[in-house]
Design a protein around this ligand. Structure first.
Ligand SMILES: Cc1cc2nc3c(=O)[nH]c(=O)nc-3n(C[C@H](O)[C@H](O)[C@H](O)COP(=O)(O)O)c2cc1C
Length: 242
């Protein structure tokens, strides 16, 4: 399937055919492809949980308000945000970047580039992602406002903003996963109708983890699988060429 066909094929499937299994290895491969999605500063503050155990799936489905998509799914994938892992991920990316620069940058530029990355991942990232009851976010916002008087600067740095940043990147991984699944001829349905506290408890996730999207997977149950035609706002209402 080429990309355009896959995008046309992908629908939010609400009823899966319980008699048509899917290959967990293929689903895992689609999740591996999902990691190719871009993420803010390449921080990859995400985790994916592929649920195949029927008992756990039933519990997850209850926490998804008993939606038919989860009730009939062959497997369920949970996309989780892990902002709390920002130090670990920043260290990983910094280590990777040191090697990357050594391997790929001209000799005379290497020291400067490594120093820049040390500043970025060693100081700026921990400063931006740290949370403390909204206080750190307020300080960052004030600082951005002050610096913004003199030069352009990213202003979305409150704790709420950073949470959105992490969810944004995770959602790109979720979409990449759904497209990869469509290419396999597998169906999905992105869900945000769930009780995040219950899901976190079921997956034994820390309090600071977030549930980004839950994606039941399987093969659509024929015509019943989708709720009719696809509805989109007219393109000229959303498209602006300037
Ligand atoms: C973030 C997000 C959350 C969604 N949550 C639900 C949900 O809880 N239940 C549901 O049935 N569909 C859910 N959907 C599916 C949308 O309703 C669906 O994508 C939309 O109607 C467009 O249909 P299509 O995906 O078939 O093109 C969600 C979609 C997104 C992107």
């Amino acid at each position: 399937m080429d990309l355009e066909n896959a995008l046309n094929y992908r629908r939010a499937v609400r009823v899966f055919d319980k008699n048509k299994p899917i290959d967990p290895e293929r689903v895992e491969h689609c999740l591996e492809l999902a990691t190719l999605a871009p993420s803010s500063s390449n921080m990859q503050l995400w985790e994916f949980y592929q649920i195949t155990q029927p008992e756990l799936m039933a519990e997850i489905s209850k926490a998804c308000l008993g939606q038919t998509a989860t009730e009939t799914a062959a497997e369920i994938v949970v996309f989780v945000t892990r902002q709390d892992l920002y130090r670990k991920r920043a260290r990983f990316v910094l280590d990777f970047e040191r090697g990357n620069v050594r391997r790929n940058s001209p000799k005379e530029r290497q020291d400067k580039r490594i120093k820049d990355r040390e500043l970025y991942y060693g100081k700026l990232m921990p400063f931006l992602y740290a949370r403390c009851f909204g206080i750190l976010g307020m300080l960052r916002t004030l600082l951005a406002q002050a610096i913004g008087l003199f030069r352009p600067i990213v202003r979305e740095v409150s704790e709420c903003d950073m949470r959105a940043t992490v969810h944004k990147s995770c959602a790109l991984a979720a979409q990449t996963f759904m497209i990869a699944m469509a290419c396999e001829g597998y169906d999905t349905c992105p869900l945000e109708g769930f009780d995040s506290r219950r899901i976190k408890k079921l997956l034994r996730l820390p309090r600071r983890a977030g549930i980004n999207m839950i994606i039941p997977c399987g093969i659509r149950d024929g015509e019943k699988g989708i709720w009719g035609e696809r509805g989109r706002v007219p393109f000229d209402e959303v498209y602006h060429r300037i």
